[in-house]
Structure formats: C-alpha cells, structure tokens
Design a protein around this ligand. Sequence first.
Ligand SMILES: Cc1cc2nc3c(=O)[nH]c(=O)nc-3n(C[C@H](O)[C@H](O)[C@H](O)COP(=O)(O)O)c2cc1C
Length: 364
Amino acid sequence: MNGALHTRVCDLFGIRYPIVQTGMGWVAGANLVAATSEAGGLGILAAATMTLPQLQEAIARVKARTSKPFGVNLRADQDDVDALIALIIREEVKVASFARAPGPDAIRRFKDAGVLTMPTVGARRHAEKVAAWGVDAVIAQGGEGGGHTGSVATSLLVPDVADAVDIPVLAAGGFRDGRGLVAALAWGADGIAMGTRFLLTAESHVPDAVKQTYLGTPLDGTVVTTAVDGYPQRVVRTPFIDQLERGSWPSRLVAALRHALALRDMTGTSLVQLLREGRRMRTHGDLSWPQVAMAANAPLYTRAALVDGRVDAGVLPTGQVVGAIRELPTVAQLVDGIIAEAEATLARLSPGAVRPSAVAEEVG
Ligand SMILES: Cc1cc2nc3c(=O)[nH]c(=O)nc-3n(C[C@H](O)[C@H](O)[C@H](O)COP(=O)(O)O)c2cc1C
C-alpha cells in the first residue's frame, strides 16, 4: 500500500486503512460495524438509538464477528449516560464518538479507562476546546454532511481544523471514494469518516425501498431543515419534509401529534416514553414546547423510514453526497475500492511521474 495511506489514525486506532464508518442512528448496527472493521476500517455502533441491553447485545455480536477494533457513538446527554459509559469501558471498546458535543467529564472518564475519544466538530474553536480537554482525535464535519455541526464547507473546515490542533483529524461530510480520501489528506486530515456512503452498502439494514429512495436523490435533492426537531439537520427532500417545512408551528405540532399516534403502535413507543424524551430535551436544550413536541417525535420519524421503510411518513437523514452515490457495494468492495482509487490517484499526482531534474532543466 502507498505509505501516504498509512496515517496516524491507523496506529492510534489499530486499523489498516484511514477510513471510519460513523455512528448513524438506526443504521450503524453490529452487521455494518463488524463488516467495516473486518474490511480494515473503523466501524462505529450508533448507541444513541439503542437501549443499554440493545447496545450490550450489539457489542457482543460485533465481537463474535471480528476481533478488530471498533467504536461506539453515544449521546453524552442521555439519561443513562453513566451506565452507557461504564458498559463501553467494561467491554474495552476502542473508541467513543459523540452524537452531541460531550463535556469534559465524559472525556476524562473514558481517558482514565483507556478508551480513545473522538468528538465531531464544525468549527476551529470547537476543535481547540476539545483538544484542550485531551480528546485523542476529532472528526471535522463540513456542511455537506449532517448539517447539525454547521454550514462551513468541508474543503474550508478541514484545513482550518488541521492547522489548529496537533491530534489526528478525520475529515467528514461529502466523502465517498478514493479521490476524496486523497483530497482529505492534502487538506491536512489523517483520514476520512463517512456516514451516507456506508448507509448505502449491502450490509446496512436499511430496507431496500428506502435505499432506492436514497439512490434516486439528485445532488440538489437534500435540504438542511429545522422543521423536524428544531435543530438543523440535512435530510432527503420528500413531500413529507416539504409539508413540515411549509407548516406554521401550530400546524406542525398537530402534525407531530397525529404522527406520534399513528406511529406509536408501529414502533412500540409509548406516549410516556415520548413525554420523557420531550422533558429531557427541554432540560438539555432551549426549545419551546411546540419544538419539544416535534423533537420528541423526531426519532420516530427517522425510525419509521430507516427501520420500517415508511418513506411517505418518515425522515431520511443524509449527507449531500447521496446525490453522487449510485450503487450498493458490499463494505469490503467499498473499502478496497476506495484504497485502490486513492493509490491510483496518488500515482497520477506523484512527482515521480515527472522527473524533478526534467522540471529543473525546463525551468532553468
Ligand atoms: C442516517 C444517518 C443517521 C445519523 N445518525 C447519527 C448519530 O446517531 N450520531 C452522530 O453522531 N451522527 C449521526 N449522523 C451523522 C454521521 O455520523 C456523519 O457525521 C455524517 O453522515 C457524515 O457525512 P456524510 O454522510 O457526507 O459522510 C447520521 C447520519 C446519517 C446519514
């Protein structure tokens, strides 16, 4: 393999290739994670949409399929975060990543126990802050990705973050191939972290009809909206999203309640659970009650699409890169293809292709 592709994250995480599959709620389960780690990348389980026993089971299933390192993505504001952190430490998971910005306490607990930490940042100052807390790496995610970390383009954010911190930087937002990996390295990153590209693989559990909707989305077919839960989030633009975006807060609230009732039976989520989730969001954020009602429903909307295949009534989170993805490879095909293309790209760009002395003669 071209030495340029063996970066600091390979040594830090103990992985062959500098490729991370990010934690995606309802998507990054044991199957996808084990396949990614087996293929030489770092797979990350999405714990934010799992109960504690579900996470325990998912960790066991990953370990049954691979002995390679993997990670867990968690929400540091979850009610059961203490038990979650204890489980990750007990299971000797290699890396913890975060669905929302973690606090220094969570970082310290992981660090003391030898679990590596890797928050996602959308600005240089966030990277500097978490680096000062002692995190081991950061994912710098540009606006092409999920939208929740800000709108600055990946091509501008990654060099800015890489200049600001000494720890390894994973570039995220808009990556899907070997050319992107080489671009990320050129911008000063140590590798790439991808969500949408891994969602669209054979091993991801998303129902086929939903994968086809993603595959049919053009480059301008996504939108960053706050209509789902009050926070900016990039989603596939569907008629359901248009309806949410057009509505006033009261009409969205009515729509949210109607949805909650309609989806309740399908997903097994009780109203009590919804209310509890709403109260938690109000405690941790500064949302109004109508926003809380919407926000409490948001996981249901996403679950309706990604688990139950309800494109008509669900929300499809995505990166903009979805518009450039047209096939569903296996994870091994994807990872091997990225590395092969990165090597070919490096060879094409290599100064070895033009003898330096020839350049000197020409210039001289
Ligand atoms: C379906 C989906 C679900 C996601 N869920 C989470 C999550 O639970 N936690 C998190 O930190 N990020 C989540 N993300 C964001 C991704 O981890 C990642 O940062 C983003 O997808 C990277 O951009 P890309 O899609 O262009 O590769 C999600 C993204 C998608 C597409």
